[in-house]
Design a protein around this ligand. Sequence first.
Ligand code: FAD
Ligand code: DHB
Length: 391
Amino acid sequence: MRTKIAIIGAGPAGLMLAHLLQRDGIDAVVVESRNRDYIEGRVRAGVLEQTTVNLLERLGISGRMCREGLIHTGTNLAIDGELFRIDMEALTGGSTVMVYGQQEVMRDLFDDAAERGIKIIFEAEGVQLHEVDGSHPFVTWREHGAERRLDCDFIAGCDGFHGVSRPCIPETIRKTFERVYPFGWLGILAEVPPANHELIYANHERGFALASMRSATRSRYYIQCPLDEKLEDWPDERFWDEVSLRLGPATAAHVVRGPAFEKSIAPLRSFVTEPMRHGRLFLAGDAAHIVPPTGAKGLNLAVADVTFLAEALAAYYRSGSALGIDHYSDRALARVWKAERFSWWFTSITHRFPEMDGFARKMQVAELNYIRGSRAAQTMLAENYVGLPLQ
Ligand code: FAD
Ligand code: DHB
């Protein structure tokens, strides 16, 4: 088999890239190790930046999102139960975010890919990348026991944090920057109406809590927990008690309890690998970087990367110019680092750290109170939360 672009991974980065290339008439094949049900079943991101929404609209994949997604013009912070609102729309000159689950985005991308004949190979075993720094790269895998080979011009490594693409950049060239946080997020999904019509990011003496949602009838809640916490130690009632306590009495009065039909613990990490290109291999999304989920940036960053990459590849095939390709890593990283900073900062002012003493907590509370009273500080938060421009 031969194609122009071999895309490794059918997560948000890989599938979005496949769509962008298809619209530009550039032949691509997606090679994915799992099946569609598994990918659509993964409960992950919930908040789409304005730029991600705009891109889905431009691609003509926004019909269901516009009908079922929830536009949020503001978000809320809480200090020991006391809420204040950030009016994102007013502070950014009209930008908002869309609450629409990653699972729904994936379903729309897969449905549209099937209609447009985008080629996706599922359940590819033992995927390997070859000759990424030569002029004839190729990808191999096993499919139902048969060996397969895909020759291509370029490879897009969109295979997430645990994928095979990143390690193909030699260690002598690859630099990594990392922070592992000493806590995780315990998250639940429940078929109950949300406590509030907008999100609440809560800093509480006992630790962080987040009230989010998927629809008017489905809620998503998270609480910060120790990394060695066991799910079986968190029966639903204990979770509802703890999240209510951390959100504070005013919000707790509106928390509707119900059985959790999904419950999981996710570790928190900041991670960046540089460069994001080596020879004919490009990295995009979680394959190149991870942010702690506090700023809701992960999926959105993946989308920004592939927007830059698709532009660079389109210019290459249109005019033969390698300028965009050569600039891809620097351009993507410039935006990645800003999102890393925002996610790290937002985590640092909202979570309880093990070494935190009275002074450190007072500093957090003072910073949150400063944001509450300062239009400038709120603007900083708002413009990062809705998503920085794609420059
Ligand atoms: P992935 O989604 O990881 O996709 C990679 C794909 O590659 C997968 O389908 C995988 O099966 C495949 N793959 C892996 N290895 C191979 C291989 N060897 N060969 C072939 N295929 C392979 N982000 C936000 O923007 N907002 C949020 O609110 C948010 N909340 C989150 C909450 C949680 C609990 C978690 C865990 C994440 C959250 N994120 C959020 C992050 C977001 O989900 C990720 O950043 C996003 O999925 C990254 O997309 P990706 O395509 O780069 O990687
Ligand atoms: C959700 C996840 C996040 O990481 C976040 O910052 C906001 C919302 C969610 O899953 O709904």
